[in-house]
Write a protein that binds this ligand. Structure first.
Ligand code: ADP
Ligand code: ADP
Length: 228
């Protein structure tokens, strides 16, 4: 079977720590994949390695048949809440515009098509009325949507999300769940670290149980069933 994203024998070291060892799995657009496992299992590291934010010691990543060497515009990484500097002054629209820099180049000129892509991303995530607000003034759920809109403006197909449900209230969490389902059905691949094993089978189709090495990978309901 042909998969769009193929991770093969991935290994990542930080100085003395082996954070990921021999991680292989394959999946495709349309899916939502949960990365589960205890603290320190390597969930964040795997997301960052796929995004090209930490160097790989060994292994390969293929996307739609081509090797991904470093960074790919197809991949968008959303950091964990605590890794974001929320005092940074930027509007929702400003954040979403950042998604266009891979297209324009940092010093490139914003073109009409870039504005159109930003407008489309804001509309898709219901952020048009909030676009001139500062990011720090928004609720947690709205902030998540703004980061997802940046990924859409980038035209990324693979959304790499670090604990996206953490810190959201019940309602925002429900909305984000529906949104990720919609984005996957629209042809994107969602991969997210997730520490709540109870909600994972409801929110995700597939799960990778990780403990530095992969313990199991498959349908979320199977991997996370109480029998395992
Ligand atoms: P998880 O997200 O599952 O909690 P991480 O990927 O954050 O796991 O961490 C995996 C291992 O790598 C842990 O032992 C952690 O301490 C270590 N680690 C993570 N980031 C760094 C870093 N920047 N430098 C050194 N070690 C790190
Ligand atoms: P999580 O696993 O949920 O990402 P961590 O506490 O493991 O949370 O990591 C928080 C931040 O600290 C991350 O940026 C991670 O890369 C970094 N980090 C984690 N462990 C280490 C470590 N041993 N040395 C240096 N940085 C680390």
């Amino acid at each position: 079977q042909h998969h769009e994203l193929v991770i093969d024998s991935l290994r990542v070291h930080y100085r003395n720590t082996l954070a990921l060892d021999d991680v292989s799995f394959a999946t495709s657009c349309g899916n939502r994949v949960a990365l589960v496992g205890p603290n320190g299992a390597g969930k964040s590291t795997l997301l960052k390695a796929i995004a090209g934010l930490v160097p790989r010691s060994a292994g390969s990543i293929r996307w739609r048949g081509a090797a991904v060497k470093k960074w790919s515009r197809e991949f968008a990484y959303l950091p964990q809440r605590e890794e974001v500097d929320w005092s940074f002054p930027i509007t929702v629209r400003g954040l979403v515009e950042m998604g266009r820099y891979p297209q324009t180049g940092l010093f490139g000129r914003f073109r009409a098509e870039d504005d159109a892509a930003v407008d489309k991303a804001l509309a898709s995530l219901d952020l048009v009325d909030l676009q001139h607000r500062q990011i720090r003034e928004l609720s947690g759920g709205q902030q998540q949507r703004a980061f997802l809109a940046r990924a859409l403006a980038q035209e990324a197909h693979v959304l790499l999300l670090d604990e996206p449900f953490t810190g959201l209230d019940r309602n925002a969490s429900k909305q984000l769940g529906e949104l990720l389902e919609r984005l996957s059905h629209e042809g994107r691949l969602v991969i997210a670290s997730h520490h709540d094993l109870n909600s994972a089978p409801r929110l995700f189709d597939e799960a990778l149980l990780l403990k530095t090495r992969p313990i199991s990978f498959g349908a979320a309901s199977e991997v996370l069933s109480p029998k395992n």
